[in-house]
Design a protein. Sequence first.
Length: 557
Amino acid sequence: MLVATCLCGCCSVLSFAQVHIKKIRKTILILWCLTATLVTSTTVLMVTLQVLSKFEYQYVYSHTNRNTALIYKISSLWSGQEGSFLLWAFILSIFGFFVLRRKGQKASQAFGIYTAISFCIFLMCFIAQPFAKMDVVPSDGLGLNEALKDPWMVIHPPLVFISYSAMAVLFSLSITINKNISTEVNDRVLTWLRISWVFLGIGILSGSIWAYRALGWGGYWAWDPIENMALVPWLLLCGYLHRKEYNNRSVCIVPFSVACFGVFLARSGVLKNQSAHAYADGNIIISGIILCLIFIAALYLVVAKIRNRIKQKKVFLTNDRRLIINSFNIYAALIFIGTVAPLVLHIETPMAYYTAISIAFALAYSILLFAWDFEMLKRRNLLMLVVSTLLIIGITALSGSVKFFWLLLLWICLMPPSLWLVSGFRTKSWKYYLSHMGMVLLITGAIGSSALGKEGFIMVNPNSSTIVVEDIEVPLAKFVEKDTLIVSRLSMDILIKYSDIIPLSQGGFFIPYETKPLIILFWIGGFIIITQPCFVFLSTLFNKIINHKPSRTFITH
């Protein structure tokens, strides 16, 4: 890793050199191939040590044991801080080839910025010392935390680090943006925006499912500071994807800068008492390097902003498009403030704050969808109200809830899809309806599962071997595996909290439970939103194949 770090630094220095560019380009290619080979070999070596249970290494001893399943021995690479940095370094080394192969104006400087970022990550990986050895070789390891033995945790961290690496590529492309941005550069920025957005979205969604299943939080989101700092760049990317022209460098700079700040919060140890995801002990050198990255990025953004005001042409956006971008940016900014406030004020941000800003965003989002479909709204408003009301009646019957405020909010949020239904999805492309329908379903699932559920108790007799909750029979033997059992139905999930049992004086006990109506809509909506670009790509590819006409071959005799 030390050699790879030095070679990466050389790549960065040479990339900014402006003389004998062709010869330097070949040199840079060779150096980066060596760098990527070294980083890949180091990563493979660490995984091999984990699989072979080499407990003389501190990291292997701390995160595996002989009984750990093979898949979790491999995934334990990203269960600790040292291995996580190694995984990130590996992904960066692969993505570097995508930046290196680019040609054109300022391509070399773009690779120079990317390798400078990679240099910092490689250096942090080396400082973390993932291959530190034990003084005494133990016979077995401590094993992997039980909460991490979950299929969703196998894919969650790699997806997030792929997204962060894509944001690093996006950051490097900022140097190529100017007032007369070409279609090629614009499309390239949009491509890496989509890659960052998709992988971070899948990463957040998979992490949310993992927390719901494994940690027993009883919900899809806990407003944990580390969760929030992954959500903020995703929301910013959502807003940026609504732009048509990317001649503003903040589009490339801000997401990665915010992501780096999230990494700092997770790795520095400042949130060890506030977050279930933060590392308890931070390394002051690593924290300093991350802070330097953030400071340089912020300084770069300020300079770019000043230059843009002097030279760059103004980006003209429609009012609707500007409003939708601002709504995502404002929501992201408010979440960021709520997350950072406890570090400054030393007062925990109340859940009511996040609930309030989320309600405001849900209302604003619904109103903006109406603004986009105003002509359709004028013609179909009465029928839309009827359909939305019928949907609310159905939801009320399924959930058994009569909470007026939340049902009213849900009624408003269901109006856009009701309008689309009664209009037959006629006015816009299916791409528009697919993504925004996913967002509406996600908001509906969030409101329904959070606000329309109910809590109750199940009385268990001393000699009972089963319990009955919401007409479902559950064996008590299932609670040996988990303290909180989730029973899934199509209309709702039921969370049975065996860890919070209340014993009775005459024998037996009460088990508390709560219902989560419509929570499945949250997962479905999130899946639709995140996979929409994939469907668009497959549709485009299919149309090209269908419309392709083979050229005629003329044979002369």
